[in-house]
Design a protein around this ligand. Structure first.
Ligand SMILES: Nc1nc2c(ncn2[C@@H]2O[C@H](COP(=O)(O)OP(=O)(O)OP(=O)(O)O)[C@@H](O)[C@H]2O)c(=O)[nH]1
Ligand SMILES: *[C@@H]1O[C@H](CO)[C@@H](O)[C@H](O)[C@H]1NC(C)=O
Ligand SMILES: *[C@@H]1O[C@H](CO)[C@@H](O)[C@H](O)[C@H]1NC(C)=O
Ligand SMILES: *[C@@H]1O[C@H](CO)[C@@H](O)[C@H](O)[C@H]1NC(C)=O
Ligand SMILES: *[C@@H]1O[C@H](CO)[C@@H](O)[C@H](O)[C@H]1NC(C)=O
Ligand SMILES: *[C@@H]1O[C@H](CO)[C@@H](O)[C@H](O)[C@H]1NC(C)=O
Ligand SMILES: [Mg+2]
Length: 401
């Protein structure tokens, strides 16, 4: 044998020995490299996909909406029932909360959603801010789309810390959380934002004329062509809350939240849906919260859910406890827990088709056909779904029953 070949063999042998040692001594290493994990990419969850009926004819994205519906009638795609979605439009809007300083990120997000979806659909936008949007902000996003765009000022009482919050106590808690390095622990404006997104955005006058919304943040990315209308799919199928990423919440931001949720459910059993999704968030019948929630920087949802009596009472109850300021409750756990208890589990929908990125995480479709159909720019292998910090496993188990 050649000398180099012998060396190669030796190195290879040592690698195998090292691998075996690591396998037995490090559980994580074993999990990350086991054969089943390495080949599993592509066929993990069995999430139901949006039926072909909802896909537009193939060329509809290349045209503006008026022409698109003309070609749709010709049924260019050969879909048996493409008309299910093409000529209809939902009572829906995009909603983007942003500061004037978020302008570049807002432009990128609108550019993405226009290219991947809305150029062919023409849904309107509502931008919200606690300060007036600058002329520059307005003109730089307006230029991106022919869709209607409205720019709203948030009423003071929907945004700022209420008078009845004990500022001395709130300040002490902020300082403590900052010392503990809790993300945004010292920020008042972040708390205003979380409370606004939890209880007020759907009350804004510009939002009143709509039933459905798609929440978009500055600096997010849409990685796949969306050749179906998620609003219509949700409306037709009695869905109320759509999401793409689910993960664990930092417990230190919500120490007392779950206790208040339990108390509320005790006070108002009439609001709790029969076939709810409590089992996704608690493995002991609701006693302990497993911290799973939907990442609410992406949401497609029915505002009837937030405007109805159950959520209205729920938000008022939580708000009265002061936890948006004394702790740092996020709109993500508040919305998620509410959707899980006030809606039936079949009304919560995971959109595998929607490639979505909000730094640092990306959801990329997990089926090759979906990824190809969407001409996705994301890497399936780095999708967040089965990251150790994701709650997708809990969702799968819950849905499987
Ligand atoms: N008008 C306004 N919008 C805000 C303010 N703070 C946050 N936002 C918006 O609220 C949304 C969430 O804020 P982010 O700072 O992105 O919070 P996050 O997504 O939890 O954290 P990041 O990881 O930093 O993105 C985004 O749409 C922001 O543009 C604020 O003080 N005023
Ligand atoms: C449809 O497309 C044609 C040619 O691309 C264009 O001239 C026309 O204005 C479009 N129709 C509408 C209603 O936008
Ligand atoms: C645009 O729509 C017209 C029908 O109005 C269709 O004939 C044409 O092929 C479409 N263009 C593209 C690029 O798909
Ligand atoms: C298309 O869908 C509509 C609405 O569900 C239904 O009434 C119609 O029969 C369907 N048409 C075909 C050809 O399947
Ligand atoms: C859209 O929904 C809103 C809120 O439910 C409602 O007030 C409005 O009348 C609806 N518009 C249409 C055209 O159905
Ligand atoms: C949930 O499902 C039950 C039984 O199917 C039904 O009675 C109830 O109205 C549903 N609740 C909602 C909010 O749709
Ligand atoms: Mg963000």
């Amino acid at each position: 044998m050649q000398t180099w070949a012998r060396y190669l063999l030796l190195v290879f042998g040592m690698l195998i020995i090292l691998h075996s040692i690591l396998r037995f001594s490090h559980e994580d290493y074993n999990r990350a490299t086991s054969f089943s994990n390495l080949v599993k990419t592509g066929q993990k969850h069995e999430a139901p996909l949006v039926p072909d009926d909802y896909y537009f004819p193939k060329d509809s994205n290349a045209n503006n909406s008026a022409n698109a519906s003309t070609s749709a009638n010709a049924n260019a795609n050969g879909n048996a029932n493409a008309t299910l979605a093409v000529d209809r439009r939902a009572n829906a809007t995009f909603v983007i909360l942003a500061r004037n300083s978020d302008i570049n990120g807002a432009v990128r997000s609108v550019r993405d959603i226009e290219d991947r979806f809305n150029r062919a659909r023409g849904y309107p936008y509502v931008f919200l801010n606690e300060e007036p949007f600058s002329e520059e902000f307005q003109s730089r996003v307006r230029v991106l789309s022919g869709s209607k765009m409205e720019f709203g000022l948030i009423p003071r009482e929907h945004w700022y810390q209420p008078e009845w919050i004990d500022e001395e106590k709130a300040k002490k808690e902020r300082e403590r959380m900052e010392q503990e390095n809790i993300i945004y622990g010292g920020s008042v404006s972040y708390r205003n934002m979380c409370r606004f997104n939890s209880g007020f955005f759907f009350k804004h006058e510009l939002m009143q004329k709509y039933r459905w919304y798609w929440r978009i943040e500055p600096e997010v990315h849409f990685h796949c062509d969306l050749s179906f209308d998620p609003f219509l799919f949700m409306e037709d199928n009695n869905k109320v809350y759509g999401w793409t990423i689910t993960m664990y919440e930092f417990e230190k931001t919500i120490p007392t939240l779950w206790g208040h949720v339990r108390d509320f459910m005790g006070l108002h059993p009439e609001y709790v849906a029969e076939d709810n999704a409590m089992g996704f968030m608690s493995h002991d019948g609701g006693n302990k919260y497993n911290l799973c929630h939907f990442w609410s920087n992406f949401e497609i949802a029915d505002m009837h859910l937030w405007r109805g009596p159950a959520y209205t009472a729920f938000f008022e109850y939580l708000d009265s406890k002061g936890g948006f300021y004394y702790e740092r409750w996020g709109d993500a756990p508040v919305h998620s827990i509410a959707a899980a208890i006030f809606a039936n589990k079949s009304q919560l929908h995971f959109f595998d088709e929607i490639g979505y990125e909000h730094n640092p995480y990306t959801h990329c479709p997990q089926k090759v056909e979906t990824w190809e159909k969407g001409r996705c720019s994301c890497d399936m292998a780095t999708s967040f779904d089965y990251n150790g910090y994701s709650c997708m496993k809990q969702w799968d188990n819950f849905i499987r029953g």
